[in-house]
Ligand binder design. Structure first.
Ligand SMILES: *Cc1c(COP(=O)(O)O)cnc(C)c1O
Length: 390
């Protein structure tokens, strides 16, 4: 039996006009259900499930989408990062410069490759790695820079590539949130030697389960990655590398092949939603974080997330939830303050921009199928909440 409604919950419930989920995967999968079911049925009928031609075909199509020569599919975005680091020869004793304001996987991959993540703070506003801090973090042990295209916005790749070249470092991109973000002639994942993607269901290109990929133009790295993700085999039962089992399922490859051609339309839809939010939020006491370089041509941003910064985030978030607006927080605890990383000895105060933003960021509902009505409702509810608090 559910508890009786209090007067307060009754009022909220009866005034509620619509519910806006933070992400709605079902609407999208319903729209493409026939094609997905056909693709899945084909895999079943073929009766082969591991490293099939579906997987090879998806890899070629995804490489082409990114403008890379090769794509090697793996089991997750995390595995993409670990294997990219390993194939680049990064391991124990090495340092990798990255950011504390990302999903935990970014730093955990460095650690699981056997190396040490060295954090530098992000830049206020863009929340991308602060290039001005990178140089002073370089030591004789530094081997690579691992930038994150946070929320789908390209980091400052030109400056980072110039720095990497000057110091003889590799660049490995965490492009898990940035499928298709572009800067003139290059696309996320192809600025450095290796670019890592996730196909976690809520990512811009999401499987119906886990998946990931690494893109590269280097044929030797591609070869070794293809082998590393399959127990280091080149020939059946002959293992020349100490590889792992990290293969993308044929079923997931078949699903991703149905979704990939729709990415252009879905990315455009995300950009339209973001522009609508940005316009409607003008005048409210919130700041749009990690905006594209130019709103008129937001090619460098694929809006995995639409994130604002505001005061009293947690209270505003609860008030939104009470009106049916679901939101997210990316991410509430910077990586250096996670218990798993206490051993690095980087306490509170180490990275002030990342720490301050962790307490103030709020991700608004965004998915390609969100309606204008839903977006306007989110902004109206937010405006009312903020007005009542001022
Ligand atoms: C999702 C994500 C990952 C990890 O991807 P999984 O497929 O979940 O392992 C890594 N880095 C970033 C920035 C991500 O958003």
């Amino acid at each position: 039996m559910s508890p009786p409604l209090t007067d307060a919950t009754k009022t909220a419930a009866t005034n509620r006009r619509i519910v806006v989920p933070f992400v709605d995967l079902k609407t999208q999968s319903d729209l493409i259900a026939d094609e997905i079911e056909g693709a899945i049925a084909d895999v079943f009928r073929a009766g082969r499930f591991i490293l099939t031609e579906e997987v090879t075909a998806f890899e070629a199509e995804f490489a082409n989408y990114c403008g890379a020569k090769h794509a090697i599919s793996v089991n997750s975005g995390f595995d993409a990062l670990v294997l990219a680091l390993r194939v680049a020869g990064i391991g124990p004793g090495d340092e990798v410069i990255t950011v504390p304001n990302s999903f935990f996987a970014t730093a955990a991959a460095v650690s699981h490759a056997g190396a040490t993540p060295v954090f530098v703070d992000c830049e206020p506003g863009t929340l991308s790695i602060d290039v001005n801090h990178v140089e002073s973090a370089i030591t004789p042990r530094t081997r690579a820079i691992l930038p994150v295209h946070l929320f789908g916005r390209l980091a400052d790749m030109r400056s980072l590539c110039a720095l990497a070249e000057k110091h003889g470092l590799r660049i490995i991109e965490d492009a898990a949130q940035a499928h298709g973000a572009e800067d003139l002639e290059r696309s996320a994942g192809t600025f450095g030697e290796l670019g890592c993607f996730s196909f976690y269901p809520t990512k811009n290109l999401g499987a119906y389960g886990d998946g990931g990929a690494i893109v590269t133009d280097d044929g030797k790295l591609a070869d070794d990655l293809g082998s590393l993700r399959n127990y280091g085999e080149r020939e059946k039962y002959h293992h020349h590398l100490l590889g792992v089992n990290s293969r993308l399922d044929a079923l997931q490859a078949a699903i991703l092949r149905v979704k990939l051609p729709r990415m252009f339309a879905w990315t455009e839809a995300r950009r339209r939603v973001a522009a609508r939010y940005a316009e409607k939020l003008e005048g409210l006491p919130v700041t749009v974080m990690a905006p594209p370089r130019r709103w008129e041509d937001p090619c460098d941003h694929v809006f995995h997330l639409f994130v604002v910064e505001l005061d009293d985030r947690d209270e505003v978030r609860s008030a939104l939830a009470a009106e049916g607006v679901q939101t997210g927080v990316h991410y509430p605890v910077p990586i250096h303050l996670q218990p798993a990383y206490h051993f690095l000895g980087k306490g509170r105060g180490s990275f002030p921009v990342a720490e301050r933003s962790a307490d103030r960021l709020l991700s608004l509902p965004l998915f390609p199928e969100i309606t204008d009505e839903q977006v306007d409702y989110v902004v109206d509810v937010l405006a009312n909440i903020l007005a009542a608090r001022s």
